[in-house]
Structures are given as structure tokens and as C-alpha cells.
Design a binder for this molecule. Structure first.
Ligand code: FAD
Length: 305
């Protein structure tokens, strides 16, 4: 099917202004890397999201769900198919007693601030993670001893056929940076989080402390997708990379951060190829020196061979 036909069909379901053609993905990723997506769709409600997914499935058009793009490395050649972005439009947050129900596109920082405003504790760990709730559930995001699996009650998702189902915490099979969402290609619509009553002063203190620790230790001023590699059992990726002598190692515009070796950062000019070559080089060097396999935590999106 021609891209124009797909657009015509999508336009019957989604407002025209929410469908962009040849949209540069570098504008939607924290790495500031990524070529044009054939179509970039921003559904404003669940019905539109389901329609877009069903349309792609019916016509065998590749699609990829993006939250805030803070864990993605996208090819400079772009994405042939449809990128469906959930950040911004699907972002309602509701509170009932100690339960927060938020849409998948709600930013974690926003949810953490709402929790603080209502004197709800337990979500402070997520405040500095620059993703959406949907991305965080998919990745079981975590920091400073907290993880999504510690607070989630359940999530409403759509399956590949476009059916809405509710998955309990157990159904979500959350593990270290994994979930059933990734394995089964579900799409998170919303999730419920169980927090506890706490003092606003204490919550604010914890959030300030964690923000300070992030600022001190992480290269927040440079484009990146966070920790590039998962933590290998029994080791820390950043320490292995530093001990391998790769601190500051550079390929093109991509560099091992001198502030935190677990981050590959861009100097603003890095291409997909630069970052990918640096990741490969790090993996090879760490394997040779320490016989440890580093697995990328970031999602590498390249669908053009
Ligand atoms: C400076 C920096 C610091 C970071 N610190 C941390 C940290 O401390 N802890 C941590 O865990 N991560 C961290 N990250 C990584 C990232 O922020 C998290 O993985 C975050 O949860 C990703 O959310 P996102 O909305 O940006 O997802 P995206 O990057 O857009 O997508 C990530 C994955 O989730 C999928 N996805 C997104 N939304 C949905 C949805 N609604 N339904 C189904 N699948 C979906 C995507 O398809 C993709 O596979 C950091 C990143 C940066 C840049």
C-alpha cells in the first residue's frame, strides 16, 4: 500500500494536524539522533490509537510506539512505517485516595510532582527519569532502589489485535528492564500506582537529594539515552567500561562520558553510525578484557537493513 493511501485512511480516524510526514525523529529523542519517519502519528485518545494500530496491522505496515524517546537510538535513515507517539496527548493524571491513575503519555516527573502535591510517597525515585509512564512500565524503569514494579497495581493495555485488556502486576512479568509489554508487543494505555501517605517535607527532601545525586554523577547536559547498557550480573557497566580504559573514548560525535562511563553521549553531531560503532567497540573491548557480555539497555531502531 502506498504511503498516501495509508495517510488517507489514517486521516479518517485522526485529525490531520496530528499526522506528520517525513518527521525527523531526532526532534523526538533525547539523543537528538534519528532520520525521518514516513509517518508520525499523535493520537489524542485511545480510539484513535487503536484505529492506527489496527490499520497498520491490516495492511502490514510496520509501526513503533514512542513515549518520550528517552531510551531510543533511531537510525539516521529514519523509520519506514508509522511512529505512534503517546507523549503529550495521552497524559491525564487522576488521584483517588493513595492511588494514582495516569495515562501512558504522562511524564514521570509530572506524576512525581502530582504525588508530592498530594502528600503521596513512594514515587520519588522516578522524578528524574525523563520518560513517560508507558515507557517506564514497558522498561520497568527504576532508579536509586525504586522500580515501577514496587508501585504498580495494574495496567490497561491493548494487544496486537487492538483489544483492551487489564494486566495485573503479576501478569506484567516485570523484571530488570523487561516486561511482558516488550515481549508481547502490548501498548500501555494507562496504569494504576499505589503510593502511601507521607509528609510533603520528607518527599521534597528525597526528591531534592536524588536530583542532586543525578546532577553530580550523570552527564545530563549532553544528549544521551541514559545508561547505554544493562547492569551485568555481579558488575557495574560503567565501572567495567572505565576499567577497560574507555573513559572519554570517541567515535565521530559519540563519546563515552567522562562524567559517567555508563553513558554514551553525543557532542551534538553524533550520527546513528557513530553511536552504534562505539557501542560495538565497548562490547568487544569489555568482552576481551573481562569476558563480560554487555547488553544494550537502549532500544536500537533500524528497520532498513
Ligand atoms: C538522562 C537520562 C537518564 C535516565 N535515567 C534513567 C533511570 O534512572 N532509570 C531508568 O530506568 N531509565 C532511565 N533513562 C532511560 C529512559 O528515560 C527510561 O527507559 C524511560 O522509562 C523511557 O520512557 P520513554 O517514554 O522515553 O520511552 P521511549 O524511549 O519512547 O521508549 C522506550 C521503550 O518503551 C516502549 N514504549 C514506550 N511507550 C510505550 C507504551 N505506551 N506502551 C508500550 N510500549 C511503550 C517503546 O516502544 C520502547 O521500546 C534515562 C534516560 C536519560 C536520557
Amino acid at each position: 500500500m502506498e504511503i498516501n493511501e495509508v495517510i488517507n485512511l489514517l486521516c479518517t480516524q485522526i485529525p490531520n494536524e496530528n499526522i506528520l510526514m517525513n518527521e525527523p525523529m531526532k526532534n523526538h529523542t533525547s539523543f537528538k539522533i534519528g532520520g525521518p519517519a514516513d509517518l508520525f502519528v499523535m493520537p489524542t485518545d485511545c480510539t484513535q490509537l487503536v484505529s492506527a494500530v489496527q490499520l497498520c496491522n491490516a495492511h502490514n505496515i510496520p509501526y513503533y510506539i514512542v513515549g518520550n524517546g528517552s531510551n531510543l537510538l533511531i537510525d539516521d535513515k529514519g523509520f519506514r512505517g508509522v511512529i505512534i507517539q503517546l507523549y503529550k496527548n495521552l497524559s491525564d493524571i487522576e488521584i483517588e485516595d493513595t492511588v494514582i491513575t495516569a495515562d501512558s503519555g504522562a511524564l514521570l516527573s509530572k506524576i512525581a510532582n502530582v504525588a508530592f502535591e498530594h502528600g503521596l510517597a513512594g514515587f520519588e525515585f522516578a522524578q528524574g527519569i525523563p520518560g513517560t509512564l508507558g515507557g517506564a512500565v514497558a522498561m520497568n524503569a527504576g532508579a536509586y532502589g525504586g522500580e515501577i514494579q514496587d508501585v504498580i497495581i495494574d495496567a490497561q493495555v491493548i494487544d496486537q489485535k487492538g483489544q483492551k485488556i487489564t494486566l495485573s502486576k503479576e501478569d506484567l512479568a516485570l523484571g530488570y528492564r523487561t516486561s511482558i509489554i516488550q515481549k508481547n508487543k502490548y501498548i500501555v494505555l494507562k496504569a494504576r500506582l499505589l503510593l502511601s501517605r507521607g509528609s510533603k517535607t520528607a518527599i521534597s527532601e528525597i526528591m531534592k537529594d536524588l536530583a542532586g545525586r543525578r546532577r553530580d554523577k550523570q552527564p545530563l547536559e549532553k544528549p544521551s539515552a541514559g545508561s547505554t547498557f544493562k547492569r551485568p550480573e555481579g558488575y557495574f557497566a560503567g565501572k567495567l567500561i572505565m576499567d577497560a580504559g574507555l573513559r572519554g573514548y570517541q567515535i565521530g560525535g559519540a563519546m563515552v562520558s567522562t562524567k559517567h562511563c555508563g553513558f554514551v553521549v553525543s557532542d551534538g553531531t553524533a550520527t546513528f553510525k557513530d553511536v552504534k560503532a562505539l557501542i560495538d567497540h565497548i562490547q568487544l573491548t569489555v568482552k576481551e578484557k573481562f569476558n563480560v557480555d554487555l547488553q544494550p539497555e537502549i532500544k536500537i531502531i533500524s528497520n532498513q537493513g
